[in-house]
Design a protein around this ligand. Structure first.
Ligand code: PMP
Length: 444
């Protein structure tokens, strides 16, 4: 494990503006991580933290895998950068071809980005361009979902439905976006194991929106198959099937935002395979490189891609791309990551330990302040009653107590979310849940 760096007391913290962080509170009590190996992080004061979050839902194969480090180093010394436009480098073609073998049938065209947010904005743009290429340029509306997290680009916060991600920006969003209702119903579904029984009919609101605006104005519906950042919200049984049927009936593209669910989180390579539903486009990032090099991808059904390839703009089919699209170092990291996933069976390992994980997280029922527990695959959430007048404060206090007692966990408001690396042993899962349980007892 890397030797701990100097203590945070020695850090000059005046310049770095931390993302999605209460910066002033953080500076008063910093949480500084200096090393990582396998299932653990190390802190600046030399303590070990068990990683129950796979970093931020991304380090699926565990930390500091030498195979990935070697591949990155080799690539840096061979071809460190190559222009992304009008030129290619072998790694991007090879990586796309390898990825296409993992995606649902027919979703084998791959556009590379550098993050989940870029993947979402790319998918929305592809949807618009697709309809335009087919002579249906009037299809410009998008439909997202309340509580959805689709990244932080303007496209992503427009279709996303987390109020906090939008309210500071004074309504400056994409025009013509509607939101389906979220599917949370604690009164009916509390402590569901796996997919909740109630709420599939919430998908039918889509029919109402289509009637209101006309199908010929709607480009795409985008949802996370399982909402992650809102606190792990598995879809009610039958819900995604209804969305698929309605979108198909009306020629509307269905985009699954698989930035979290992609790469084995549910025990299948992608959530589409878990649910038996094939969307038209799929966004990914995070686990694509085991989180170690920024990268994202949009997977596109052949028909959607081919409509653009045969469209009128044959000089350049899509006026879109990034300086770092298909970056050689990211592709090398991604290829080495896929080697590990495949060699160790990690993309399907979740299926064999999901039941253990479910039993473990549900064993926390009855602990102080726990009002709901949810899970699917290797995603789990323990929702706590908020403190009076201070939404999120209890969740944050639990995160801090966990950090102090050796567990890295994430909070979404007052919900603690777990997404262990896919290499986690059942003992390590039990250890995470025990540590969280001990902390929860202290909230009494
Ligand atoms: N979509 C989903 C479903 C996500 O969970 C995230 C990140 N948590 C994003 C998009 C954005 O990804 P990034 O932070 O890499 O831009």
């Amino acid at each position: 494990m890397t030797a701990p760096a100097a203590s945070s007391n020695a850090l000059d913290m005046s310049n770095y503006w931390m993302p999605f962080t209460a910066n002033r509170q953080f500076k008063a009590k910093p949480r500084i991580i200096t090393g990582a190996k396998g299932m653990h992080f190390t802190t600046d004061d030399g303590r070990t933290l068990l990683d129950s979050s796979a970093g931020l839902w991304c380090v699926n194969a565990g930390h500091a895998r030498p195979e990935i480090a070697d591949a990155v180093h080799r690539q840096l010394m061979t071809l460190d950068y190559s222009p992304a436009f009008q030129m290619g480098q072998p790694g991007a073609f090879e990586f796309a071809a390898r990825l296409a073998k993992l995606t649902p049938e027919g979703m084998d065209r791959v556009f590379f980005t550098n993050s989940g947010s870029e993947s979402v904005d790319t998918a929305l743009k592809v949807a618009l361009a697709y309809h335009k290429a087919r002579g249906e340029g009037g299809r410009t509306r998008f439909i997202g979902r309340e509580k959805g997290y689709n990244g932080v680009g303007f496209g992503g916060i427009s279709v996303g439905g987390l109020v906090n991600n939008r309210r500071q920006f004074n309504g400056q969003m994409l025009p013509s976006v509607d939101h389906l209702p979220h599917t949370v119903d604690i009164a009916k579904n509390a402590f569901s194991r796996g997919l909740p029984e109630h709420g599939a009919e919430k998908a039918d609101v889509l029919e109402g929106l289509i009637a209101l605006h006309g199908a010929d104005t709607i480009a795409a519906v985008i949802v996370e198959p399982v909402s992650g950042s809102a606190g792990v919200l598995p879809p009610p049984k039958g819900y995604l099937e209804r969305l698929r049927a309605i979108t198909e009936k009306h020629g509307i593209l269905l985009i699954f935002d698989e930035v979290i669910t992609g790469f084995g989180r549910l025990g299948t390579p992608f959530a589409g395979q878990f649910f038996g539903i094939t969307p038209d486009l799929m966004t990914a990032a995070k686990g694509i490189t085991n989180g170690v090099i920024p990268m994202g991808a949009v997977f596109v059904k052949r028909e959607v891609h081919d409509a653009l390839m045969t469209g009128p703009d044959n000089a350049m089919e899509l006026f879109h791309g990034y300086t770092y699209s298909g970056h050689p170092v990211a592709c090398a990291a991604g290829l080495a990551t896929l080697d590990i996933y495949e060699r160790e069976g990690l993309l399907t390992r979740g299926a064999s330990i999901a039941q253990h994980f479910e039993d473990a997280v549900h064993s926390l029922k009855g602990r102080p302040n726990v009002i709901d527990i949810r899970n699917v695959g290797l995603m789990g959430a323990v929702e706590l009653a908020p403190r009076a007048g201070a939404i999120g404060a209890r969740g944050m206090a639990v995160l801090q107590d966990c950090f102090d007692s050796g567990l890295l966990i994430r909070n979404a408001g007052d919900t603690l979310v777990m997404s262990p690396p896919l290499i986690a042993t059942t003992d390590e899962i039990d250890q995470m849940v025990d540590m969280l349980g001990t902390v929860l007892d202290r909230t009494a």
